[in-house]
Design a protein around this ligand. Structure first.
Ligand SMILES: [Zn+2]
Length: 269
């Protein structure tokens, strides 16, 4: 069990014990109750915000120990102009990648999603609506959104997607439950370009990503802006990232190629 999850269970048990103690033996001093509550809320909030802590849900942030190459991942597409440009750059470098598409954008540009698949890349789910408050939503909301996204992608590609990257990387117990029900695998990252913002500069994106390039790395990039308001910095940064991978003798691979080797996937197949 991830350390953060163990501590979350421990903190929850402690909170319940404190409440029970107060009910039986009378209220705790106010300062102690306030400190305990603040600490608990801070810890749970951290779990929501930091995906790699795996506090609520199992998450893959790197390939297995013997993984070779780098898994480039692209979020927030598809985009009718930007995604094909990313696909051309990947083709030129002979690299494969994974695209975490937003359900409603996939429905608007199904031909781009089919082109991603045709060129040999993996397609994962990045929710249907890309709600920034996804980790605060109810189980019903999360479940409906993810079901809709999975169905949209399956209708376009003919294959049921099973890779999932949570919108803005936040998770919750409700997301964990929906992921379990829909049999999705949560994919995080070991390096990120911080390339999705309008003010992101390509040279900074390159520097951040190149630092994290090693066998088994999962790199978070964007082939579209979240609300299609600008050209993501990755379009300019990607040729240099791919050149750096070539220099380091790191192939671009689909992230699912690493996971299909895991025992759980073998069982399912
Ligand atoms: Zn996103």
């Amino acid at each position: 069990m991830p350390l953060a999850r163990g501590l979350f269970y421990l903190a929850t048990a402690g909170a319940i014990a404190l409440v029970a103690r107060s009910l039986i033996l009378g209220p705790l001093p106010l300062w102690l109750s306030a400190a305990a509550l603040t600490g608990y809320v801070a810890w749970v909030t951290l779990g929501h915000l930091v995906l790699r802590l795996a506090m609520f849900v199992d998450v893959v942030v790197r390939g297995p120990r013997r993984a070779r190459g780098v898994a480039l991942t692209f979020d927030d597409g598809p985009h009718p102009e930007h995604t094909p440009r990313v696909l051309d750059l990947l083709d030129r470098a002979g690299a494969k990648a994974t695209f975490f598409v937003i359900g409603h954008k996939a429905e608007a540009h199904p031909e781009v999603v089919r082109e991603i698949v045709r060129r040999g890349h993996a397609v994962g789910v990045h929710s249907y609506a890309h709600d920034r408050l996804f980790s605060l939503r109810s189980l019903r909301f999360v479940r409906d959104d993810l079901r809709r996204a999975v169905a949209a992608i399956e209708a376009i590609t003919g294959e049921r997607p099973w890779l999932f990257r949570p919108p803005v990387g936040h998770t919750s117990l409700r997301i964990a439950r929906a992921v379990e029900e829909l049999d999705l695998e949560v994919i995080g990252w070991s390096a990120r370009g911080v390339d999705g913002l309008a003010r992101s500069r390509p040279d900074r994106v390159v520097a951040r990503v190149v630092r994290g390039l090693s066998d088994g790395a999962i790199v978070l990039l964007h082939d579209a802006a979240e609300r299609d308001t600008h050209v993501p910095a990755t379009l300019q940064a990607l040729p240099r990232i791919l050149a750096a991978m070539d220099r380091k003798d790191l192939r671009g691979v689909r992230v699912d190629r690493w996971l299909t080797e895991a025992p759980r996937r073998k069982q399912r197949a």
